[in-house]
Design a protein. Sequence first.
Length: 149
Amino acid sequence: MTQANVEVVRAFEEAMIPGVKDDDGGDARDTFAKIRELLDPEVVFRPAPSLPHGGVHVGFEGFMRMGELLHEHLGLDGDVTFECFDGPGDKVFILLEFVFVSKATGRSAPTKMVEVVTVRDGRIKELEAYYTDTAAIVEAMRESEDADA
């Protein structure tokens, strides 16, 4: 059963990465339809509260709002690499590496994170994101003091 959970999470990440990177819109409806199928109706996302997309986001609508907040403030530079690992019970762990770029400042923040994903009945029930350095991401987004002068 747990390998099936890993495949659900892998399918989610593979659907997400092009959606996060593409600014041209692509065929977003197909991508979001695939993602919706992988999410429990009451899915909970918990990215770090210090980030613009942070907090608790519930359901597909919460997921979409989280994505809007992320896309409003941050983009990606280069590839996203990830590796999924079977965890205990209904947990799957994902190690990710990528570079965030602030849309306001153009500054980048190389980022590593771990996601702990709970999968039940073939759907993602919860995703908690643990960033190694949220301060670097926040600093990359910070407007310089000189810009106000």
